[in-house]
Ligand binder design. Sequence first.
Ligand code: ADP
Ligand code: ASP
Ligand code: MG
Length: 413
Amino acid sequence: MATVVKKFGGTSVGDVQRIKNVAALVKDFLDKQPGTRLVVVASAMAGETNRLIALAKSCVPSPDPRELDALLATGEETSIALLAMALIEQGVPAVSLTAEQVGISTDTRHNNAQITEIKSQRLEQVLSKGKVAVVAGFQGVDGDGNVTTLGRGGSDITAVAIAAELKADACYIYTDVEGVFSTDPRICPRAQYLKEVSHEEMLEMASLGAKVLHPRSVYFAMRYEVPLVVLSTFNPGPGTWIIKEEKLMEKPLVTGITYRMDEAKITVNKVPGGSKPLDLIFGRLAEHGILVDMITQSGVSKDSYDLSFTVPDEVSGQALEIAQQCVPELEAEGAHLERDIAKISVVGVGMRYHTGVAAKMFSVLAEENIDVQMIGTSEIKISVAVPRKYGEVAVRALHEKFIEMRPEVSVEK
Ligand code: ADP
Ligand code: ASP
Ligand code: MG
């Protein structure tokens, strides 16, 4: 008998009518494929997690991470109970389960916990009775029984991790767009629907800002070979399959353009040469758990250079303080912060086989008079940091030149 996991995101369960529609979709699926063992994972209703964060911050400026998790987890608990009620009302036996009731264990990193184990007994029990298990996404429980959450967008991880544990036949991620597109359809109306995307590309795209899937959910799908599909709750269609690179029908040079609008850049001026200063600055940042992304050295002279790096904007104040503390120790000249940075990336497995993507990227940006402040590359992506006010223009220009005007021929396998 087939086992399937279906995850419904915030917009899909955004109000009571939508929850009833999801219940109808689930019923329709079970009518067509009776006997399927079905786990449904639900997110909080659209806007609810943001509302709870704002509520916490209206109570205290920096909420205690444990208590914040206890609060945030209630968002998903509301939607699973409502969805289970709606299913029962429509004649589908269902039971809602929190992460604790399922046995989803995580480490202790509040607000960004990682799943360490999922117990399958309770799920198996529910499924063997022919009931739909409606599981709360985004939450877990640490070794001391504290409620944790998996980071924003974390319900995708819950769904794929459960699918991996149950060795499910497929995991369907239902959302508010028809699948994965060549860029965010919200900022580029000419974004193209993609029938399939390789794990590697999806992992890069998700890590570089395409929030349609959480990067760790893609990692789980790749690692445990979970067949993964992204599709719309509102517009039935085939969706996008996330597959092995070898199985791609074609390998275009550039598959997707992604953006992150929440970056900031710190520059430390006149850092003395040698690797000790790098060790000091990046060591201190790491001690404080600050994730550094792109790094460049510029203005290199015989004895010094300017060091720039990007960090998430939300921790940029703290990162600046750390850099400033290092300045006297390093005998550097000073450190300053530029907020309002966007990171734009082009991603495609075809880059493994073809050159010229970087050159074309810079020429497109130069044509638009967009100043490239930093560059980062990997085998299948090139990223640039640009002023945030040009972020959307850059995405649309790159999309036009790399995707809309793409030559017909794709790169050979
Ligand atoms: P959910 O609440 O269902 O988890 P999300 O808001 O997390 O939905 O993710 C879906 C959104 O991701 C879409 O509405 C879209 O704006 C955005 N998105 C960003 N990049 C892409 C992309 N390349 N393809 C599809 N959607 C994208
Ligand atoms: N409700 C959580 C969030 O808004 C988790 C999710 O939607 O996947 O981030
Ligand atoms: Mg999401």
